[in-house]
Design a protein around this ligand. Sequence first.
Ligand code: C2O
Ligand code: CU
Ligand code: CU
Length: 502
Amino acid sequence: MGVRPRTWIAIVAAVVLVCCVAGVAGVVGFLRWNEVDTRGDVEFVNRLAIPPLAPSHVDEQGRRVFDLHAAPGRHDFGAGPVATWGFDGDYLGPTLRATRGEEVVVNVHNGLPEETTVHWHGMHLPASMDGGPHTPIAPGATWSPQWRVDQPAATLWYHPHPHGRTAEHVYRGLAGLFLIDDPATSVDALPHRYGVDDIPVVVQDRNFDGDRLDFAPSLVGMGILGRTIVVNGTLAPYQEVTTERVRLRLLNGSNSRVYQFAFADHRSFALVGTDGGLLAAPVTTDRVLLSPGERAEIVVTVRPGERLVLRSDPPALGAPLGRLFGGADGFDVLELRAASSLEPSPALPDRLVEVPALAVDAATPTRTVRLGDSTINNKQMDMSRIDATLAPGAVEVWRVRNDDGKPHNLHIHGVSFQVRRLDGTAPPAHLSGWKDTVYVAPEREYELVVRFPTYADPMIPYMYHCHVLYHEDQGMMAQFLVLAPGQSATPMPAHHRHHHHG
Ligand code: C2O
Ligand code: CU
Ligand code: CU
């Protein structure tokens, strides 16, 4: 039985239409399948945990001594216990706090079933004390780095850095804050009562699978992208506020996710500090973008009796397919509950501290750093290869580009740097201060001025890497040595390990 041509046309048209719709729906579905937006949906039922200040004592040599013990535990984020790792507890670690000029010692005991390291992110210190992948701590061993704190007041942090295993160790819960105070430049008008009007806010995304963490990486080459936010290890947290102004020390302690912090009512706030210290002056803004490892100190003014929600809005990743990498995701993060009457807080001063620009001239060496797909300058990390050598205290300009479509950032150990230019022009105000980690959007050029450490060591290098921990573990890391005049590099071979038994 024959089919008339018009029927054929109708059939073909219908098939084409169905395919097109399915195709478009498929593409849209693919772009969306991983998306998450919890804004407005979170009921803030758990009081925010405030990491305790780590106890310390001053020894006979005048050194401030801390002890940290890494061990497995079970932590209740707010919905029943989950298997985790922590320092001196089940999840995260205490806040270490020291004053500029002090000698510190940290006895780090490894009570984990495997080797780890502890890195002091943002600290200016000798490479042998920095806790990178060349200084592993065997299970059962204790490592006791010591150094003199000599840098501006800042919100630093610490976390493991074992070669190829950093993402898992941090995700399990090993991280904490390290605050530096500098009495010579302290700004007393900034809220500074820890846990009262100066609140640590460690933001992490997690996926849960019953009573364990879910380690499944995203399918987009970014490692784990969690669908649930925890702050200081608390799900759906609220914090009571009793003062007119509150300072939040925000740390993006997540493995991969970029946040764009803002308040639900879009009110403006003051950005007062970035990774390596306070800004020269408060910057009034209504959002702050933080990629993994970055910090921001903000001061927000609250009204009596209000409930104010800190959120992360979809971050401006500047990546063409950003929504695949969390660029369309939004989260409720933390509710601030203001008391019905608030203690007055001093007004913020117009100036905070001096941030002298690192001097650059025609003789300043320039180096290009290209971020690729799990590579830096087209190479993957090799523990036995030194990628750069520098003289103690050398200043260089680093031109950093992200040639890959994915979001990446760059973190440099042992230093604070300045962003000198972004695409050839002065950087925005929020990048005007000391940084040690900077988000690098695809196809833009970030010109950094870096003053390298003054501590020479011909054996142990400092790292620089993407702080998307999955990328770091995949080899998106390189290393530099600081060599005194006359020294030559004698790096440790990759298989050579110093174990510190204690
Ligand atoms: Cu926060 Cu190399 O690390
Ligand atoms: Cu670091
Ligand atoms: Cu990366």
